[in-house]
Design a binder for this molecule. Structure first.
Ligand code: CP3
Length: 346
């Protein structure tokens, strides 16, 4: 029964025999088998070729005893169909950044099955090929994070151009955020219909906003996404990266799980979010560069902080680094399973 798989049970705050674990960016360049695929095709081609996208999704599942898999794609993949021109180098690059109301008005809300049929086909292949005990997470970007790339045109530490547009043109910004929210809502719904078993929303740049502006700009568009996907009944994970000062607002969102970056102890996150939310996280990705004994000590601290209550999914506090040794990942996954099971039995 899929409902009893540890990952899905933990999303619902039900007890599990061990703490489930998966790793953000678990498919990627730290794996030599991923680099071998990328030697033959560029990143965009990889995301648009269902057999290859499914293959790289499965790579970490073959290597490690992970409790969930995540569709191989990118948060920016579905924006192309809106009329936002996308490239990767290595992060997203937008060749026609959105900087005016007229550009916002011209954006379309595409039908996901027509816009990104390759994503839906990747999900269908994965549901056939994944072992039955490994559920598949579908995902999308949060409207504010997509807004950051769409307006800035590329990655940035501060996203100053995007934030200037936000404060200088609040009406056009609200319109853009609303359109991105409608697009992501439809996109996630289509992933669920294709077979995704949980849905995750990545808000990688939420931490650029203070709580007031987060409530003013980010939250209304996010609520539009939720209005579309909550009725589907799948577990929903929301990850507000660097969002420790935003959790009071996140608490009111109708999501099952909140991803926590490594800057906030999970006990604090649980205290702010209350007993109705599960938490996911939050080992510092840099811990994987420590000697094995120190890695396991730091992972034990994350288990300590999560405490004995159900509703913890172990993960890193952000994506795994490209230079990580895969053997360290294997050690971490096995340790989390064994140590959490030992603690539950004592
Ligand atoms: O295994 C998985 O987690 C699934 C695949 C996945 C990718 N991107 C593949 C990818 C997921 C879930 C994402 C989400 C994503 N993409 C986010 C949100 C998560 C986060 O990290 O905050 C963001 C902000 C992006 C945008 C993006 N795409 C960036 C910043 C980059 C460059 C990353 C880098 O490390 O240089 C990408 C490209 C990208 N997306 C890669 C991968 C594996 C590297 C591409 C390559 O092979 O060259």
């Amino acid at each position: 029964m899929s409902g009893t798989l540890p990952f899905l049970a933990a999303c619902r705050r039900e007890p599990t025999p061990h703490t489930p674990i998966w790793i953000m960016r678990q498919a990627g360049r730290y794996l030599e088998e991923y680099r071998a695929v990328r030697e033959k095709v560029d990143f965009l081609t990889l995301t648009k070729t269902p057999e290859l996208a499914a293959e790289v999704t499965l790579q970490p599942i073959r290597r490690f005893a992970l409790d969930a898999s995540i569709l191989f794609s990118d948060i920016m993949t579905p924006v192309e169909g809106m009329g936002i021109e996308l490239d990767f180098n290595p992060g997203p690059v937008i060749t026609n950044p959105i900087r005016s109301q007229a550009q916002v008005d011209a954006l379309r809300i595409p039908d996901p099955e027509e816009n990104v049929p390759f994503v839906m086909e990747t999900i269908r292949i994965l549901r056939r090929e994944l072992p039955a005990h490994v559920p598949l997470i579908g995902f999308g970007g949060a409207p504010f994070t997509l807004f950051c790339y769409a307006v800035e045109g590329k990655g940035s530490k501060t996203f100053s151009t995007a934030k200037s547009f936000l404060y200088g043109e609040p009406d056009a910004s609200h319109a853009l955020l609303g359109k991105l929210g409608d697009m992501v809502g439809a996109y996630l719904e289509a992933q669920a219909q294709a077979g995704a078993q949980a849905l995750m929303v990545f808000d990688s740049w939420a931490g650029l906003l203070g709580p007031g502006d987060y409530r003013r700009f980010a939250l209304p568009a996010l609520e539009r996404v939720m209005a579309r996907i909550v009725p589907l009944g799948l577990p929903i994970i929301y990850f507000p990266n660097q969002g420790s000062t935003l959790l009071e607002s996140v608490r009111t969102l109708p999501v099952d799980v909140v991803g926590i970056d490594w800057r906030l102890p999970l006990s604090e996150a649980r205290r702010i979010l209350g007993p109705e939310k599960a938490v996911q996280g939050n080992l510092d990705p840099a811990a994987l560069f420590a000697p094995p004994s120190e890695l396991l000590r730091l992972a034990g601290e994350v288990l300590d902080e999560a405490g004995p209550a159900p509703g913890h999914i172990f993960n890193l506090g952000h994506g795994i680094e490209r230079t990580t040794d895969p053997d360290q990942v294997a050690r971490l996954v096995d340790f989390v399973h064994e140590e959490s099971a030992r603690r539950k039995n004592r």
